[in-house]
Design a binder for this molecule. Structure first.
Ligand SMILES: Nc1nc2c(c(=O)[nH]1)N[C@H]1C(S)=C(S)[C@@H](COP(=O)(O)OP(=O)(O)OC[C@H]3O[C@@H](n4cnc5c(N)ncnc54)[C@H](O)[C@@H]3O)O[C@H]1N2
Ligand code: MOO
Length: 390
């Protein structure tokens, strides 16, 4: 059995950034930028007032000064002229500061009488002027790769860049396997359960930027598996669920091999998730997940999401871990990496008593997977340990 790190390295070898495409800004939230956005202008494009008030010369900005108002500069409608000593221009936030002015006196500190103003007794010392290019200058960049967050979209828009280059969203096909499965809402037979894992995998893949599709459930026959695999022809990533272990009905590995799977590995020293497999199947990467719900979803956190990130052009990195103190003593770990479901209470990790990989109720309550290295010694309450946030 290989280690988690080795398995992840194999998976990174199986995936590559997908081709790029142009995306309109309004469709680009969450997409991964593949080429830098280059500002087409300065922002602000002129020295702009940061306040509502009066633009004056520095020399006139003294308590009690009396100045003549010669015009107005509003946002979108600058003052067409130059300011001389003894003069003021009524100005509003975001408006161009007229040439000659180097201070804005906020209107709270000004008394106005017709076309004249008198500055108050106590003036603040700030200029209240944003210089041209204070935010960014023409040619400045928003670097790639990065996942576009709302503020990034606003920045690209401000740079006057209406379309960005992003890697294509990975197409993920999800294949649940097993005679025991029916879809939610259907009537299960006495020996059947509801296919659940695909819903979590779909949500996780989509939240990570992929387009995921649940294909029909494949039954435990080679013919059924082949038929469903055939429907995954366009996928960049095929995720199978179940049928990965050593039982007589665990056919996924055999059928995938018959279809030409170039298998990278089978079985990883982790729990849950041991019977994980991965390889290249035609133009797609295939990751065969174990059927137990927690096993499938832990493997998705540890392997599938990092793979989806690489396909979008992000760096090949393990799932981001955090550290927090554990709330109770933990026994020494065995030979497999252990991903322990835990709550986070008052900043401390509280593992659940049962770590059975079939229990969705516990996974649904869990907010952390405590990561225990193979053969790691016992941990005492209060020790800081690594965990993957859920
Ligand atoms: N003799 C051995 N038996 C098992 C071993 C082993 O090493 N030797 N490994 C165990 C481990 S660890 C795991 S994990 C499971 C994995 O088995 P499979 O990947 O073959 O999964 P299945 O047998 O198909 O299903 C396991 C379990 O999960 C349920 N399941 C499957 N798909 C779904 C789904 N889409 N939604 C909800 N639940 C699902 C299925 O009904 C089973 O209860 O093997 C152990 N056995
Ligand atoms: O590895 Mo299995 O995934 O422990 O339940």
């Amino acid at each position: 059995m290989i280690s988690v790190a080795e398995a992840l390295a194999h998976i990174f070898d199986l995936v590559a950034p997908l081709p790029t495409e142009e995306v309109a800004l309004e469709d680009a939230a969450g997409r991964v930028l593949a080429a830098p956005v280059i500002a087409r202008r300065d922002q602000p494009p002129f020295a702009a007032s940061a306040m509502d008030g009066y633009a004056v010369t520095a020399a006139d900005a003294r308590p009690g000064a009396s100045l003549g108002v010669i015009g107005t500069s509003a946002a979108g409608h600058g003052f067409d002229g130059t300011l001389a000593p003894g003069q003021a221009v009524r100005i509003f936030t975001g408006a161009p500061v007229p040439p000659g002015a180097d201070r804005v006196i906020i209107q709270e500190d000004v008394m106005r009488d017709g076309d004249r103003i008198t500055l108050g007794d106590r003036l603040d010392s700030a200029a209240h002027i944003r210089p041209a290019g204070a935010d960014f200058a023409c040619g400045d960049t928003l670097s790639a790769p990065r996942r576009l967050r709302p503020a990034d979209l606003a920045l690209a828009a401000a740079m006057n860049v209406p379309r960005v280059t992003a890697h294509r969203r990975p197409r993920v096909a999800i294949i649940a396997t097993g005679d025991e499965l029916v879809m939610p809402g259907e009537t299960p037979g006495p020996d059947q359960i509801i296919a659940a894992n695909g819903f979590a995998l779909t949500a996780m893949a989509e939240a990570e930027g992929a387009r995921a599709q649940m294909l029909p459930i494949a039954r435990d026959t080679e013919a059924s598996l082949r038929a469903v695999f055939a429907q995954a022809r366009d996928a960049d990533l095929i995720l199978t669920i179940g049928g990965a272990s050593v039982g007589d009905h665990d056919l996924v590995g055999k059928v995938a091999a018959d279809l030409g799977l170039n298998q990278s590995f089978y079985k990883v020293a982790m729990r849950p998730g041991k019977p994980l497999m991965a390889g290249r199947l035609g133009d797609a990467t295939m990751i065969g997940l174990p059927g137990n719900p927690v096993s499938a979803l832990v493997c998705a956190h540890v392997f599938v999401l990092p793979a989806i990130r690489v396909m979008q052009g992000l760096p090949a990195e393990p799932a981001p871990a955090s550290r927090a103190p554990v709330a109770c003593d933990l026994p020494a770990n065995g030979p497999r990496a252990h991903y322990m479901r835990a709550r986070i209470i008052d900043g401390r990790l509280v593992p659940f008593d049962s770590q059975d990989s079939a229990l969705l109720t516990i996974l649904s309550e869990a907010r952390a997977l405590i990561v225990r290295a193979p053969h790691e010694g016992p941990r005492q309450a209060g020790e800081r340990v690594d965990y993957l946030p859920l």
